[in-house]
Write a protein that binds this ligand. Structure first.
Ligand code: TRP
Ligand code: ZN
Length: 457
């Protein structure tokens, strides 16, 4: 379900009735065109659904997978790529049931069908693969992907971990639905996004089936494994599914119940919660150092504080349902989620939004912090730096002060509804803010989002 980066199929002029017609087919590009991660994603097709069947045993640390991917060619294709690291070995690839030629290099799995795919053709690829998965180290030094814990896997895939454990079109502009069938030793639980469909134990293994019916970007997928306590309950109208590391059981007693009040408050401000279930994974993974807003089921390296819970749940609207178009636009995720933390703290009577703004704004004008404009953090190493979060949130507060509460919350609700399950960029947010408020806001956004230096009030 790629929307924005799909390269328009090249229009070739060819002589009729010559073999040249068949040669119009071109290879799909090996990247989606994102300057921060040039190899991420692929051109020439649009993935619609992933059906992943995985077996993993933390003992031997071996993953065996079958990925069935339904896609549509967006150009005539002579061959195309999926993103998958070469440390995992691909055993076979079929395309519409027929064996296809393939090769692996770097993080690209190159697939050549027996005959070219015409533009617009729906096709199905099945990739069988296995190996010992390894996480990647991101440009900022953090771990990402299939991250081992002492009892399983902390699986967090922002910005580029998905390629470490399944093949796909791993740029965020190609959202797709998912079904996961994961078999693990019976002492372990496998938890993924969406709804738990079934759990069947046979002999020494348990198979979990999860279904994620709303479109999802690869970086928001999780299949996490551990000695978890799994709960699946209804709380205040939400289906809340939680997995808690048994080591954290005592401090996580009310984990499921804590979701509803936050979601109710955010729904009242941003519009309806966008997914069929919610919940979270509280793992014991102190070495990871961050939490991630995996779709419908954020993953935490410990039991989350109220503020962290609010941050990851706010991402369900801002980041997960409405997803940026390029990594450069990451402030649309982190600035919004940080602002939502301020809103939740205010609602709870802990701290007013104004006081959170004031504290962030109090950084001295010569502080390094002010040198990074949030809408262009300067490269993949800076994706999760403070200015993206705090100056992003301050931008929203400055907007609110300028347009007033009524317009401001209307802007947020319209953003969430107009781009539900889609992608949108900073320019679209600015245009929407001007449309809803009826104000010219270039100067405000220029100062807060694009120019280095401390904006004046
Ligand atoms: N998006 C995460 C959040 O909710 C943060 C995050 C994801 C992160 N991947 C990361 C932070 C890598 C640092 C490094 O804030
Ligand atoms: Zn965040």
């Amino acid at each position: 379900m790629k929307r924005l980066l799909a390269l328009a199929a090249a229009a070739f002029i060819s002589l009729p009735l010559t073999p040249a017609i068949a040669q119009e087919a071109q290879p799909g590009t090996p990247g989606a065109g994102d300057p921060y991660f040039p190899d991420q994603g692929n051109g020439g097709y649009d993935a619609g659904h992933y059906d992943l069947t995985l077996g993993y045993d933390p003992g031997p640390d071996r993953l065996a997978g079958v990925a069935r991917i339904s896609a549509r060619a967006t150009q005539a294709l002579s061959r195309f790529d999926l993103d998958l690291v070469s440390t995992l070995s691909v055993r076979s690839v079929t395309l519409d049931g027929r064996p296809a030629t393939f090769s692996q290099s770097g993080s690209e799995l190159v697939i050549t069908p027996r005959s070219t795919l015409p533009a617009g053709r729906d096709f199905s690829v099945i990739v069988q693969y296995d190996g010992k998965p390894e996480h990647v180290v991101d440009p900022d030094g953090s771990m990402d992907g299939w991250i081992r814990t002492n009892d399983g896997v902390f699986n967090a895939n922002e910005p580029q971990g998905a390629m470490t454990w399944y093949p796909g079109n791993h740029h965020m502009t190609d959202k797709a639905t998912y079904r996961f069938t994961v078999t693990v030793p019976r002492s372990r639980v496998a938890v993924a996004n969406g709804d738990l469909v079934s759990k069947v134990t046979k002999d020494e293994r348990t198979t979990y089936v999860w279904n994620s019916r709303e479109p999802m970007a690869s970086y928001l997928v999780t299949v996490s494994i551990g000695k978890f306590q799994l709960t699946d309950t209804r709380v205040g109208g939400y289906r809340v599914i939680t997995a808690v590391d048994s080591k954290l059981a005592d401090s996580a007693k009310n984990f499921a119940e804590r979701h509803a009040p936050v979601l109710d408050y955010f729904s009242s401000l941003f519009g309806p919660y966008p997914f069929s279930s919610t919940g979270g994974i509280a793992d014991d993974a102190p070495e990871v150092g961050y939490a991630l807003e995996s779709q419908s089921r954020p993953i935490y390296p410990h039991v989350p504080s109220e503020s962290l819970l609010a941050h990851e749940l706010a991402h369900q609207w801002f980041g997960d349902s409405v997803t940026p178009t390029l990594w450069r636009d990451i402030w649309l995720n982190e600035g919004f989620a940080t602002y939502a933390q301020w809103l939740w703290a205010d609602k709870q009577g802990t701290r007013t939004v104004q006081s959170s703004f004031d504290a962030a704004y109090a950084r001295a004008a010569d502080d390094e912090f002010w040198q990074t404009p949030p809408a262009d953090p300067g490269g993949p190493a800076n994706l999760f730096h403070d200015p993206v979060y705090d100056r992003g949130a301050m931008t929203l507060h400055a907007l609110r002060r300028t347009v007033g509460d009524e317009s401001f919350f209307k802007i947020l609700r319209t953003w969430a509804s107009e781009h539900k399950y889609g992608n949108a960029d900073t320019a679209a947010f600015i245009a929407l803010s001007e449309r809803v408020s009826g104000k010219q806001l270039d100067a405000l956004f220029d100062a807060w989002l694009f120019k280095p230096g401390k904006p004046s009030l």
